[in-house]
Ligand binder design. Structure first.
Ligand code: SMO
Length: 780
């Protein structure tokens, strides 16, 4: 159970629908983003990028670019020899150069950087650079790539960049003995996070100290500092990373990119302030891509719908390099393989994983990473079992779902799930939807040629990773300082990008200290002042960052109680904090305000108790005991498919979410709405397409379709609260709604098209796909 002090008052802020402290500035345009940073004398950078997916660079002609007015410097790999090497690339003897050396490996790979007085001048010069290529055959298909066909992406390295196998003991026997089997190939397509604010970097040298300052739009200020320091060959105390307001990140800003090295290196080498901001086409081409996965699945099950065993060969196309600092292909497959059994007691699992290099953009993190893929496969399996046996998909879920008495439950891949509301969330969602009645209506409507479908997606969300896998930080840090006048300043290593941490972290601290929310300022995003932390990602900020906030708040409370008890001549355990005052329990008139206590702590220091350190500052770190904290829930989508046009409309959407103890339901609901919007985009709109030469053909938002207000349904959201065993009882929730929603949508479309014997197996679901399926069914 979560921590509740014996004499604690009911929390005033925690759990309340507190409006967000940051919204006034965000909604009035008063925030400062990376592109608002002005450094006197700043130059701008534009990149010459590869127009080929695979080629040798014969020559680079720079004369005309050099002569362009306003051009200051030009860098190629010769001038900027920096590179990144993520663990997987290093293991394979591969380096990702900041600027391509003599081979280009994906369209959009940076080759030349032009530094000019304005972006206009830089872009003009980019147009004048000529590159002689010797084309090579591109590697574009996963299955052939695995066989090193048609060639190797990196000459000295096999294309298979990662392989692993896993099997529960007794798998084969259990699989063979089952009375029913089915096979399916599930496929998800390339997409990317598309934050409103594009990515970029500005860098400048302090002429006095020689220190480098980087302004970045990023999720992990300290992570970026460490990575850049290594790649640039400087010490971490010579580098300051400042992250201003971040306009969306979604995982793609958890990465460091080759362009960042060029910008920082140029600032160091030429002692110039420089900036680069990507345009939307650069984003779609070169922000890490995601979800390029194939699952070849075999399932063994019983006549009542009970699933006995799943075999899955998972493949992911990593692109030309393992994205730095972590490979999305490995993340999507390895982690998917651990949650493929979802919220079900499926006893046997066998997985084979292959990740391959290709001549495409590197695959990296996008909100939910493996989750949306695993859910799409797992919930697709459940609905196929139901259809094969002519059972209601709800019944198959009830038969397989982990019963409450089995928690904590270890799944077939060895993942230990926290207690949750697995069954309750399903039943609650069905009740909210009026499921049985809707099923009856569906039948009637079908008779009139109207095809509605109900898609259920019960999910697990791995959150708050606290194992040092892939070098990630398993803890989070918070400092609290009460200033000499009694106001409270808290600083975090988190890297928020709109999630509202300034509100949620302040809520937790305000309740511990008994102060008003408005008296707390929450800082983050500057490595010179924030405590070292892992940043934001993997749905960790609430449960781990929140735990750090609570621990720091408690440590400060303890300090205030010690000081007040001395001044009030009362027992420490009798001192309570409320309304900005420390008072003796039951005697509110015997009190000192926090402001008075701060005055004693900083200036009237002769009144301090013996051994009480001058000032009021604490630092706390929190690392959960569990390696992973699992949230859960159920989504149900109701869609209508137009059999004439293949168009899909979402009619209704229900979410039951359990992220443990809620800090702020308003913020949780915002996260859910955004996640469902992105999940629907994932399921039927967004797709990065490649042609047979490895050219990306979706390089504008006219080709890459994002969901807009008219496609995102009004959703009904309910919360269940099963506290985690961690500090505060919080579980993560930043990704669950994007994890669950593509599967809910796909299952709804499959359900609508049951009369045409069609089931969605590839995302995104397009009208073409639907019309082809209807035609096939009518022909047969
Ligand atoms: S894809 Mo996120 O930064 O966990």
């Amino acid at each position: 159970m979560y921590h509740l002090q014996k004499n604690a008052l009911k929390p005033k802020y925690t759990g309340a629908r507190v409006t967000r402290k940051e919204d006034a500035r965000l909604l009035t345009g008063a925030s400062r983003y990376l592109d608002d940073i002005e450094i006197p004398g700043m130059y701008e950078i534009a990149f010459v990028r590869s127009q080929r997916s695979a080629a040798r660079i014969r020559a680079i002609h720079l004369d005309a670019a050099q002569a362009t007015p306003g051009v200051k410097r030009i860098l190629t790999a010769k001038e900027c020899p920096c590179f990144f090497g993520s663990a997987e690339d290093v293991a394979n003897g591969v380096e990702q150069p900041a600027l391509a050396r003599d081979v280009v490996r994906y369209v959009g790979e940076p080759i030349v950087a032009i530094i000019a007085e304005t972006r206009y001048a830089a872009e003009d010069a980019v147009e004048r650079v000529q590159i002689d290529y010797e084309p090579l055959q591109p590697v574009l298909a996963m299955r052939e790539s695995l066989l090193d066909q048609p060639r190797r992406v990196h000459e000295k390295t096999p294309n298979r960049m990662f392989h692993s196998e896993y099997q529960t003991s007794g798998f084969e026997d259990a699989f063979q003995a089952a009375p029913h089997h089915l096979v399916e190939v599930f496929q998800t397509h390339r997409q990317t996070g598309v934050p409103l604010e594009t990515r970029g970097l500005a860098a400048t040298i302090d002429p006095g100290s020689g220190r480098l300052t980087i302004y970045a739009t990023h999720q992990s200020p300290h992570g970026l500092r460490g990575d850049m320091a290594v790649a640039l060959g400087i010490e971490e105390n010579e580098l300051r990373v400042i992250v201003p307001e971040v306009g969306g990140a979604f995982g793609i800003k958890a990465h460091a990119y080759p362009e960042y090295l060029v910008v920082a290196y140029a600032a160091l080498k030429y002692k110039l302030p420089v900036k680069w901001i990507s345009d939307r086409t650069e984003c779609l081409l070169t922000d890490v891509h995601a979800r390029d996965d194939i699952h070849e699945v075999e399932v063994a099950f019983e006549g009542n719908g009970r699933i006995l065993a799943i075999r899955d060969h998972l493949r992911a196309d990593a692109g030309a390099y393992s994205a730095f600092p972590f490979c999305g292909a490995i993340g999507e497959t390895v982690l998917a393989s651990r949650v493929l059994t979802g919220p079900y007691t499926i006893p046997h699992l066998a997985t084979t994983i292959d990740c391959t290099y290709s001549n495409k953009t590197p695959l990296g993190a996008y909100r939910g990473v493996w989750g949306p893929i695993a859910s799409f496969v797992q919930e697709g399996i459940v609905d196929r079992v139901a259809r094969a046996l002519h059972l209601d998909p709800v019944e198959v879920r009830r038969v397989n779902m982990i019963p409450d008495e089995l928690f904590p439950y270890t799944n077939a891949a060895g993942q230990a799930y926290d207690r949750g509301s697995y069954r309750a969330s399903l039943e609650k969602a069905l009740e909210m939807l009026n499921y049985d009645e809707l099923r009856a209506q569906q039948k009637t409507l079908r008779d009139h040629g109207k095809y509605i479908g109900i898609g259920i997606s019960a999910f697990v969300e791995p959150t708050a990773m606290a194992q040092s896998e892939a070098g990630s930080v398993p803890y989070e840090s918070a400092t609290i300082r009460i200033e000499p006048n009694g106001s409270v300043t808290a600083a975090f290593g988190l890297g928020p990008s709109g999630q509202g941490h300034e509100t949620t972290m302040a809520q937790l601290i305000a309740d511990e200290l008994g102060v008003d929310l408005k008296d707390i300022v929450v800082l983050h995003g500057d490595t010179d002042s924030a405590p070292f932390g892992g940043g934001t990602g993997g749905s960790r900020s609430g449960p781990i960052g929140g735990g750090a906030a609570l621990k720091a708040g408690r440590a400060m409370k303890e300090k205030l109680q010690t000081l007040a008890s001395h001044l009030l001549e009362a027992a420490k355990e009798d001192v309570q904090l409320e309304d900005g005052k420390a008072f003796v329990a039951g005697v509110p008139t015997r009190n000192f305000s926090i402001r008075e206590l701060a005055q004693v702590a900083y200036t009237d220091v002769l009144r301090l108790p013996e051994d009480f350190p001058v000032g009021l500052e604490v630092v706390a770190r929190y690392q959960p005991k569990r390696p992973v904290t699992f949230s859960n829930g159920t989504h149900i989508a109701v869609v209508e498919v137009d059999a004439q046009t293949g168009m899909i409309e979402v009619l209704d959407y229900v979410v039951v979410n359990d992220c443990g103890r809620l800090i702020n339901p308003l913020i949780v609901e915002g996260q859910i709405q955004g996640g469902v919007a992105q999940g629907l985009g994932s399921a039927y709109l967004e797709e990065l397409r490649y042609d047979d030469q490895g050219q990306v053909t979706t390089t504008t938002l006219a080709d890459y379709l994002l969901p807009v207000a008219t496609e995102v349904p009004r959703m009904r959201i309910a919360h269940l609260e099963t506290p985690s065993s961690g500090e505060g009882g919080f579980k993560g929730m930043g990704e669950g709604s994007l994890i669950a929603s593509p599967a809910a949508f796909a299952n709804a479309v499959s359900d609508a098209l049951e009369p045409f014997a069609f089931m969605v197996s590839a995302l995104p679901v397009t009208p073409d796909q639907i019309l082809a399926a209807i035609d096939r069914s009518r022909d047969s």
